[in-house]
Design a protein around this ligand. Structure first.
Ligand code: AHR
Length: 329
């Protein structure tokens, strides 16, 4: 079931869910527009992970400002460790914050935490990352671009770029992270329909430029450079692969076309330079949407269970050059 279909299917449950959270929390009117105390927001965050994460978490912190009526308590994970996130989550529940924002380092293992928040009548909003089981009774909504749709868009570009198919490899994010599975599903939903595309393999490079370079160096060597296409699930890994292609004496954008997801400045500059061939934005700037959802949840209004953040794609140097002056991240 696509994310969109699911929105139609569960809107009723979410509405009921939001109503429960809202009624239980309506004592904490969102913001201090009326001059009351600040709304406390516990942000269980990922922390340092790359340029996309930095942009997303800064945008959330900037938007939930004191001027806007919020006290945002930022709790980045220690070295991407889920236990440190669960500990921060528990502290926020014990402290009785008004609402919790969660960007999960791991896609599972959250049931106990979410049940504690529900018992404490504290609404939880997922930022970017989904979790399993996807029980929308335990959280208000997830705010993110549609990973399946974004990745399918990359695959559609690949099919148009290689009408006779290609040998390709996939650099994935870390195992167990929700967006990795969603991006694979979106990519496969298009590419698997086209027999001319040969998957040489897939491997995580942990969102990292250094690992992206080292993994793709090995891929090129073990395939005698007979690789025409790379799908890198984020910019940093794709930029590392660019280095590997160049050090193999090949030309990125010609011998090997590299497509990435995120749309950070570094990737857009590489696209403008012809080193990357396609960049699909995964828009990180949705702080205003998150504020709107918090206000609705605390006021008892219904909220869609998955709020999709619109994102663009860029398929040429010209597109990147045109977009760069206005980019905010
Ligand atoms: O969850 C979003 C992903 O996490 C981004 O694509 C990646 O850059 C970040 O680390």
């Amino acid at each position: 079931m696509s994310a969109r279909n699911r929105i139609v299917q569960v809107a009723g449950a979410a509405a009921a869910g939001a109503l429960v959270f809202g009624l239980a929390s309506c004592s904490n009117d969102a913001g201090s527009a009326s001059g009351d105390e600040l709304t406390t927001v516990g942000f269980v965050a990922v922390g340092p992970e790359g340029d996309w994460r930095a942009a997303n978490e800064q945008n959330i912190q900037d938007t939930f400002s004191e001027d806007a009526g919020y006290e945002l308590k930022y709790a980045p994970a220690a070295n991407l460790d889920q236990k440190s996130q669960i500990d921060a989550f528990t502290s926020f529940v014990d402290e009785g914050v008004d609402v919790i924002l969660l960007s999960a380092t791991e896609g599972s293992g959250w049931e106990d935490s979410l049940e504690r928040a529900q018992e404490a009548e504290i609404p939880v909003i997922l930022i970017d990352r989904g979790i399993e089981p996807d029980n929308t009774d335990l959280y208000v909504t997830r705010i993110a671009p549609d990973n399946q749709q974004v990745a399918a868009g990359v695959a559609e570009w690949a099919v148009s770029e290689f009408p006779d198919g290609a040998n390709y490899f996939v650099l994935e994010g870390p195992a167990g992270v929700s967006v990795v599975n969603e991006r694979n599903e979106g990519w496969d939903s298009v590419i698997s329909e086209n027999a001319a595309f040969e998957k040489l393999g897939a491997q995580t490079a942990n969102w990292s430029t250094e690992e992206g370079k080292s993994v793709f160096e090995t891929v090129l060597k073990s395939n005698d450079n007979d690789v025409q296409l790379l799908f890198a699930q984020n910019d940093e890994m794709g930029l590392g692969a660019v280095q590997a292609v160049e050090e193999a004496g090949l030309t990125p954008g010609e011998d090997v076309k590299i497509a990435t997801i995120d749309g950070t400045k570094g990737a857009m500059e590489a696209l403008a330079a012809g080193e990357l061939s396609f960049v699909a934005e995964y828009n990180p700037l949705f702080g205003e949407t998150a504020v709107d959802v918090v206000e609705k949840a605390l006021e008892g209004e219904s909220v869609e269970p998955y709020i999709i953040v619109p994102s663009e794609t860029f398929d040429s140097s010209e597109a990147a050059e045109a977009a760069l002056p206005d980019r905010q991240y």
